[in-house]
Design a protein around this ligand. Structure first.
Ligand SMILES: [Zn+2]
Length: 264
C-alpha cells in the first residue's frame, strides 16, 4: 500500500502538470462521483499531499482528492496492462494525460469545493511534528505502539512498512503499550520516523513486485527503498543487527514484522 513516501513521489511527478488547463475528464468507473462539467476548463494550480491523500487543486477553488488505498496509482503514463484498470483520464490541453489506475477499485476519488474534507493528524515531516508532540501522543495511549503510529488521526502518512521499520531502528517491540515508551525513546523514535521517511522519498518509495497492483511513480518507474528494508517483508531472514530470525505477526488485522532478539 502506498504510504507517505510513495504518495509524495507520485505528487512530485504530477507537479509537471501544474499550470496546465484541463480539456476534459473521462470517468470510466460508474462508482466514481465526479462532476465532469466542474472539472473541465479548470487549470491545475497545485498538486499536493496530505497524509496519504493526493490533492489536485483547480482554478476556481475546487479540488480533486484521490486516495490510492491498496493498489491505486495516479500516473502520467500507463502500460497496456493498465488500460483495463483505468478509472478516469484527465485530458490536458497541452496533450498530457493523468490516469487514475485502480486495479482492485479500492482507491477513491472525490471532488471537493471547500478545501480538504478529511480530518488527519500531524504531518511527520513538518515542524509541527516534534519529539515532544510524539511523546504526548504515545503518553496518552494504552494501544500497542505500532497500530498507534498508523492511526491517521494522530500522525498522517505512516503505514505498515515505515512504522515497522522505524520501530526496528529504535529497538522497540511493536507490541509495547504506547504509554510505557519513555521520553528518551520517543525522541529517538521521532528522529527515526523522520529519517526513514526522508530516505524512502529519496529512493522513490518501496515496490515489492511488478504486477499492475504494485506501486510505481507517476512515470511508471519502481521505487528502490525495498532494498534498504531491515524487517518489513523479511520473515525468516536474519535481523541485520543481532542475527535473530525476523518474525511476522498480525496486529489490528495487518502484518507487523519485527526482531524478537533486539526489539524490546
Ligand atoms: Zn535483531
Amino acid at each position: 500500500m502506498p504510504e507517505l513516501p510513495e504518495v509524495e513521489t507520485i505528487v512530485r511527478g504530477l507537479g509537471a502538470t501544474v499550470g496546465s488547463r484541463i480539456e476534459s475528464i473521462d470517468v470510466l468507473d460508474q462508482r466514481l462521483d465526479l462532476p465532469q462539467d466542474k472539472i473541465a476548463g479548470r487549470t491545475i494550480e497545485a498538486v499536493s499531499r496530505r497524509g496519504k491523500y493526493i490533492s489536485i487543486q483547480l482554478s476556481g477553488g475546487g479540488s480533486l482528492i484521490v486516495h490510492l488505498r491498496m493498489s491505486g496509482r495516479l500516473a502520467l503514463m500507463r502500460s497496456a496492462a493498465e488500460e483495463k484498470h483505468t478509472r478516469f483520464i484527465i485530458h490536458l490541453e497541452d496533450g498530457g494525460k493523468i490516469y487514475f489506475i485502480n486495479p482492485r477499485r479500492l482507491g477513491t476519488a472525490e471532488y471537493s469545493m471547500d478545501g480538504f474534507p478529511h480530518e488527519l493528524g500531524v504531518e511527520p515531516l513538518t515542524g509541527d511534528f516534534t519529539a515532544r508532540k510524539l511523546h504526548k501522543i504515545v503518553a496518552g495511549s494504552r494501544a500497542p505502539i505500532k497500530p498507534l503510529l498508523m492511526d491517521q488521526r494522530r500522525i498522517a502518512g505512516l503505514g505498515n512498512i515505515y512504522s515497522s521499520e522505524a520501530l526496528w531502528r529504535v529497538e522497540i517491540d511493536p507490541r509495547r503499550i504506547a504509554n510505557t515508551i519513555s521520553e528518551d525513546e520517543a525522541g529517538k523514535l521521532h528522529r527515526a520516523i523522520r529519517s526513514i521517511l526522508r530516505q524512502a522519498i529519496e529512493n522513490a518509495g518501496t515496490t515489492f513486485g511488478q504486477s499492475v497492483s504494485d506501486y510505481r511513480d507517476a512515470y511508471g518507474d519502481y521505487g528502490k527503498f525495498q532494498e534498504m528494508l531491515a524487517v518489513y517483508g523479511r520473515a525468516g531472514e536474519k535481523c541485520p543487527r543481532c542475527g535473530e530470525g525476523i518474525v511476522r505477526i498480525r496486529q489490528a488485522g495487518r502484518s507487523t514484522y519485527f526482531c524478537p532478539g533486539c526489539q524490546k
